[in-house]
Design a binder for this molecule. Structure first.
Ligand SMILES: NC(=O)c1ccc[n+]([C@@H]2O[C@H](COP(=O)([O-])OP(=O)(O)OC[C@H]3O[C@@H](n4cnc5c(N)ncnc54)[C@H](OP(=O)(O)O)[C@@H]3O)[C@@H](O)[C@H]2O)c1
Length: 280
């Protein structure tokens, strides 16, 4: 049943108590039938574009950031566009905090229809033997453990409320080796592995789990490497057959598709939104 469908309209004369009762049922049903998405790390880049994309499709948007001020400012921005939203502060490396955020989202909106594990870091673009152990540990904590915690607690809630869809941010670096990014590649290959394994575990339980693999996309995550001269925008664009970088909105559209009812037979796969990179 979609939000606009209902069986109550013809019952009761306009103005009668019965009509009022059915009006209440119809409208409360509308509220509970609205879908809810939780997006981690959504005040910048791909996460931010994804929040708008879901919001524009009518979802309640629960989003997180480690930064209170950024979160509150973005919440205001979403509200000004008429998007129902809730901001929760979260560091995805903290398992207990991830559990709490998932539970708060469900407590507020009744259920969680979609989770986007977007928060991620890319630290230290250097030859592998020059990389710091600390950087790799931080990437594994955020990009892998953060995704694991998000899936673990969202799945527990989705199982109680009839299923849902999870989209994990992988990368072209989750399927290929890329210069100066061995450690980041390791973390994103792990995201692909978690996605495939979990998808199989829950394939018959109403939960679809997919990954998205963006090609290089113009966001803060690449900007620091561009600023210090490791790469230039031109050199990054040149490795893609389309000879350009992607935009956050292009990635967001792929994420919304994977979370939607338009692809009910898709699970455990990776959608490449990469200007042809992976086809080479
Ligand atoms: N841009 C690309 O070229 C590209 C390509 C492939 C994949 N990706 C992936 O896409 C995702 C989004 O990245 P982006 O490009 O949009 O970069 P971004 O603008 O730097 O966004 C990353 C977000 O992750 C959040 N974050 C980082 N560490 C966190 C932690 N410990 N706990 C909670 N949140 C944390 C940050 O939020 P706060 O600082 O507000 O907490 C930030 O908003 C990442 O997983 C990235 O690996 C990006």
């Amino acid at each position: 049943m979609t939000c606009s469908q209902n069986n109550f309209e013809p019952l009761g004369k306009i103005g009668s108590p019965l009509a009022y009762e059915f009006w209440v049922i119809k409208h409360s049903k509308r509220i509970t039938m609205k879908k809810t998405v939780l997006i981690t790390g959504a005040t910048t880049g791909i996460g931010k574009a994804t929040a708008f994309a879901f919001g524009n499709k009518g979802y309640n948007v629960v989003f997180t950031s480690r930064n209170q001020a950024k979160g509150e400012a973005f919440s205001k921005e979403l509200s000004e566009k008429g998007i129902e939203n809730s901001f929760l502060e979260l560091d995805v490396t903290n398992e207990e905090a991830v559990k709490t955020v998932v539970e708060k989202a469900v407590a507020k909106y009744g259920k969680l229809d979609a989770l986007v594990n977007n928060a991620g870091v890319a630290l230290g673009s250097v030859l592998m033997a020059d990389a710091t152990t600390e950087n790799l540990k931080q990437m594994l904590d955020t990009n892998v453990m953060g995704v694991f915690y998000g899936m673990k607690y969202a799945i527990r809630e989705m199982l109680k409320t009839g299923g849902g869809a999870i989209v994990n941010l992988a990368s072209i670096a989750g399927h290929n080796g890329l210069l100066y990014t061995a450690q980041y590649c390791a973390s994103k290959h792990a995201v692909v592995g978690l996605t495939k394994g979990a998808a199989i575990d829950y394939a018959t339980m109403g939960i679809r789990i997919n990954a998205i693999a963006p090609g290089a996309t113009k966001t803060d995550i690449l900007q620091s490497s561009i600023d210090i001269g490791t790469y230039s925008e031109e050199s990054i664009a040149a490795i893609h057959p389309m000879k350009r970088m992607g935009t956050p909105k292009e990635i967001a559209n792929g994420i919304v598709f994977l979370a939607s009812d338009d692809c009910p037979f898709m699970t455990g796969t990776t959608l490449f939104v990469d200007g042809g990179y992976n086809a080479q």
